[in-house]
Design a binder for this molecule. Structure first.
Ligand code: NAD
Ligand code: MG
Length: 386
């Protein structure tokens, strides 16, 4: 394998640390060269990562941490930067591939900067596709880099989607674990706490995506993500609850065949697939033992208990900036839930109300329209939350 240089936006998070783990455990010595790493509050970890992987640049999104990070890395020769300009510098630094693993809309501008300069984008930050949709896809293709999905469902679909059989693709089927409240009634969900919501049954992930999995907003975002990533109509995007998370997703073809990708629930599958693409690397993940698995279960998703799924369909049907509106309103409500300021069920209520408020917004022609819709949705959500 020729040496591949990589920058990781959000290296201190769950996806970021798993990415560095895949790099560390790659058998071919020096297969990867780490260029830039970014984090926000956790500068001790960021500095340790930068030293260990001999990065050229370390960036904290938090400007107030700049001096502390510089002190931690003094004498190493590693360049240090901070804030939005620092993030853009990290995205623009010459690297073959950029792992986009910042959480939320905060990842959009730096990921776009990397896409425009033609880097291959390993995309964990689904919000880029949910908010900016086709504009983001065309930014990547205009830049000339590849768009490699790291979200496990989309990575699975990417692995089994036969590009030369595009005409025969009937549907993609996203699997969903159902999260910690899969069997809860709506009444039981009314007063759940942040601590119970964050406890995902199968996957170990960052705080926000774990809570989004409990509300199924994560699956809602993934439906919109799949639509843009694979150029599908809303009707072609299906969801099935599969509590064991062994089948990571599927593609259904015109001849009735369904191709699935299976594996242990470990993000290093999807991350490693993207890092090594187009070749398959040897990955340090558990091998499936089918004799021990014994069963795989499936259930229809319930849009009454999990209205986020219905909202995703609405956003896809309306198109335009509705994905940006859904995501921004949801991010505000999620932050309020994390802060203990609003209830679990109100996250979908507030999001739906903001989507109704802003149903009239015209489609985006530029990224600035997307940012404006995002901002407007945040204002509306804030007003409804207070
Ligand atoms: P995380 O919270 O563990 O890490 C987020 C990273 O972003 C950290 O490095 C943090 O320092 C940085 N960050 C946070 N706020 C920032 C800001 N305002 N500006 C710049 N940097 C900031 O999150 P995660 O679970 O690793 O998820 C990252 C992204 O990947 C999300 O978009 C998530 O939806 C997606 N994703 C994650 C998983 C998973 O298994 N964790 C799976 C699929 C998709
Ligand atoms: Mg996923």
């Amino acid at each position: 394998m020729t040496r591949r240089s990589i920058s990781i936006l959000g290296s201190t998070g769950s996806i970021g640390t798993n990415t560095l783990d895949v790099i560390s455990q790659t058998e071919e010595a020096d297969a990867f060269e780490v260029v830039a790493l970014t984090g926000s509050g956790n500068i001790e970890l960021l500095a340790a990562q930068a030293r260990q992987h001999r990065a050229r640049l370390a960036v904290t999104a938090d400007e107030s941490q700049y001096v502390a990070l510089r002190d931690l890395l003094s004498g190493t020769g590693i360049e240090v930067a901070a804030g939005q300009t620092g993030l853009l510098e990290a995205a623009s630094a010459e690297a073959d591939m950029v792992m986009a693993a910042i959480v939320g809309t905060a990842g959009l501008r730096p990921t776009l900067a990397a896409a425009k300069r033609g880097a291959d984008i390993a995309l964990a930050n689904k919000e880029c596709l949910v908010s900016a949709g086709d504009l983001f896809v065309s930014a990547v293709s205009q830049g000339g880099g590849r768009l490699l999905p790291v979200d496990s469902e989309h990575n699975a679909i990417f692995q089994v989607l036969e590009e030369n059989q595009r005409h025969a693709i009937e549907r993609v089927i996203l699997t969903a674990s159902g999260g910690p409240f899969r069997t809860y009634t709506k009444a039981q969900m009314a007063d759940v706490t942040m601590e119970t919501a964050r406890a995902h049954p199968n996957w170990s992930m960052g705080l926000k995506i774990s809570i989004d999995s409990a509300s199924m907003f994560n699956k809602a975002l993934e439906m919109i993500e799949a639509k843009h990533l694979f150029g599908l109509s809303p009707e072609q995007v299906e969801v099935i609850v599969h509590p064991q998370s062994i089948i990571h997703s599927m593609v259904g073809y015109a001849d009735g065949s369904v191709l699935a990708q299976l594996g242990a629930p470990d993000m290093r599958h999807a991350i490693g697939y993207a890092l090594h693409y187009p070749r398959r690397g040897k990955l340090p993940v558990e091998r499936l033992d089918f004799a021990k698995l014994s069963r795989l279960d499936f259930e229809a998703p319930d849009e009454t208990r999990f209205p986020a799924l219905r909202l995703a369909k609405l956003a896809m049907k309306r198109g335009g900036v509705q994905g940006a509106v859904l995501n921004a309103a949801k991010e505000m409500a999620l932050e309020a839930f994390i802060a203990g300021e609003t209830s679990f069920l109100s996250m979908a209520e507030v999001t739906e109300a903001v989507m109704e408020d802003l149903a009239h917004l015209p489609a985006a022609t530029t990224m600035e329209d997307v940012f404006a819709a995002d901002l407007e949705a945040r204002h509306r959500a804030k007003a409804r939350l207070s």
